[in-house]
Design a protein around this ligand. Structure first.
Ligand code: ASP
Length: 462
């Protein structure tokens, strides 16, 4: 082995420390440091990472970085090079089972660790999936197609349009359900935009991701995939949904309507919550339990309306105190056709912004108001300031979530420039993005100190 491969990625101080104890990568070691002892496996270091830390994989599966300057001794016990090739097996075909198509776009769910760079990289094939999650064959005949291999922050109009078209083609071919593997960060944007671009689907369209990559013991990838595939194969909810962990434990998944769902926690597996509504259903390996009944039902035909358009000159502005009018002015000057504001409280911005709103209106820019509280409705008749903004042409969007409003406005402006028509479509609920009322049990009350919540946490949290 050359030095390059033996000490992959390590340089400077860490390289000399590892060498002085004859501890190349893949050594099983006990690291003695001034702060304590750690047992684990020395992993290759990312080529772009700093030169001050050794990366150790702990027996529980987590990787930690240890400052080389604190290392006083390294005891080497053995060597265990990891080969992260996922075993490929041909997916079994059972003509009595429904057919499900999994369209991959990327994200952690389609990832494994690349120990050359230390990065999480996408890896996606049907055989790999079956090799790692054989239970999928219990529910359906699965076919897969990798549409994209991106982390979801890189999803945008081009990929949304491509995904909508691919869904249309699969429905025409007669699949019984569609699963879309997607990064979690932007999954709610894509779920919303697909709810508009793909209408009257005869089959479930289930988006799924994972918060923890499949090389980690706490990964939610396999179970989320099982739940999503079961939903696509068996559920009679023919809507765009997000399927992810319900509670923090692996008790069940929740099916969220594509226009009412949002990622709400940067690391919990139970990160997706339905906002201002309740989820559509619970799903586990055995059953799908509806929580709501007013959903679009599965049909036997192959008819679907695909309307894959998006105007890119649309923006979302999150209002903050002391925002200056130039924020709005610069969008107008740069040719933006639509602006969604996430306003404070019932839907407010400060007075200095009003002239910029007037100017936007005069230039034919569509300006819509949503609330950054997420729960609740825009109400611009309550305060004088709200009424002034209505006079400036700002249109309130009831309880449409800001991100949903952003993608809906992009989709509507992709179809027409006629602002009256735009307003009409924006205010007409298409896929549950505006609802008449928020159910009393639709508000998130996950707060510390409340006895029943404490009980829930101690019982189920892992
Ligand atoms: N950053 C990743 C993504 O959204 C996270 C994930 O997949 O969960 O693509």
């Amino acid at each position: 082995m050359t030095e390059n491969t033996t000490y992959k990625g390590y340089k400077g101080l860490t390289l000399s420390v590892l060498k002085s104890f004859n501890a190349p990568v893949w050594s099983e070691v006990e690291l003695v440091t001034t702060k304590g002892k750690y047992k684990g496996l020395i992993l290759p270091r990312s080529e772009t990472a700093d030169e001050f830390h050794v990366v150790l994989k702990l027996p529980i599966g987590y990787n930690i970085g240890i400052a080389a300057e604190n290392i006083t001794e390294i005891k080497v016990f053995g060597n265990k090079e990891a080969h992260y090739k996922i075993p490929e097996k041909e997916f079994p075909v059972d003509p009595s089972k429904p057919s499900v198509k999994l369209l991959g776009t990327g994200g952690t769910i389609a990832s494994r660790l690349d120990y050359r760079t230390g990065a999480v990289i996408p890896a996606f094939s049907p055989g790999e999936l079956y090799g790692s999650v054989p239970e999928l064959a219990d529910y359906c005949n699965l076919d897969t197609e990798k549409l994209y291999g991106v982390f979801s922050e890189n999803m945008g109009p081009e990929q949304w349009i491509g995904t909508a078209k691919a869904i249309g083609e699969e429905i025409e071919k007669g699949v019984h359900g569609i699963v879309i593997g997607h990064g979690t960060d932007v999954m709610h944007h894509t779920a919303a935009v697909l709810s508009f671009m793909v209408q009257n689907s005869p089959v479930p369209i289930v988006m799924v991701g994972s918060q923890r990559s499949s090389d980690r013991p706490s990964s939610d990838a396999a179970l989320n995939l099982i739940h999503a595939v079961k939903t696509a194969a068996e559920s009679d909810i023919a809507e765009v949904m997000v399927c992810m962990f319900g509670p923090t434990s692996d008790m069940y998944g929740l099916l969220h309507r594509g226009t009412r769902v949002r990622k709400m926690h940067s690391s919990y597996r139970s990160t997706f919550r339905t906002i201002g509504e309740i989820p559509l259903a619970m799903v586990d390996r055995e059953k799908i339990t509806p929580l709501k009944y007013d959903y679009k039902k599965r049909r036997n035909d192959k008819y679907v309306e695909i309307n894959p358009v998006f105007e890119e000159k649309v923006s979302i502005v999150y209002y903050y105190p002391n925002m200056k009018p130039d924020i709005i002015d610069s969008l107008v000057d740069n040719g933006y056709k639509g602006i969604v504001i996430a306003g404070t409280g019932l839907g407010h911005v400060n007075k200095p912004v009003y002239p910029a709103l007037q100017r936007a209106y005069d230039k034919g820019v569509a300006v819509y108001m949503t609330v950054q509280t997420l729960w609740g409705y825009v109400q611009m008749y309550v305060y004088e300031t709200g009424r002034v903004m209505l006079d400036l042409g700002v249109i309130p969007l009831a309880n449409m979530l800001p991100e949903v409003a952003y993608v809906k406005l992009g989709w509507v402006l992709g179809q027409t420039d006629d602002l009256e028509k735009v307003k009409n479509i924006m205010l007409t609920p298409i896929a549950g993005e505006i609802t008449e009322r928020e159910p009393s049990n639709g508000y998130l009350i996950y707060q510390g100190g409340i006895p029943e919540v404490e009980e829930f946490i101690s019982k189920y949290r892992k």
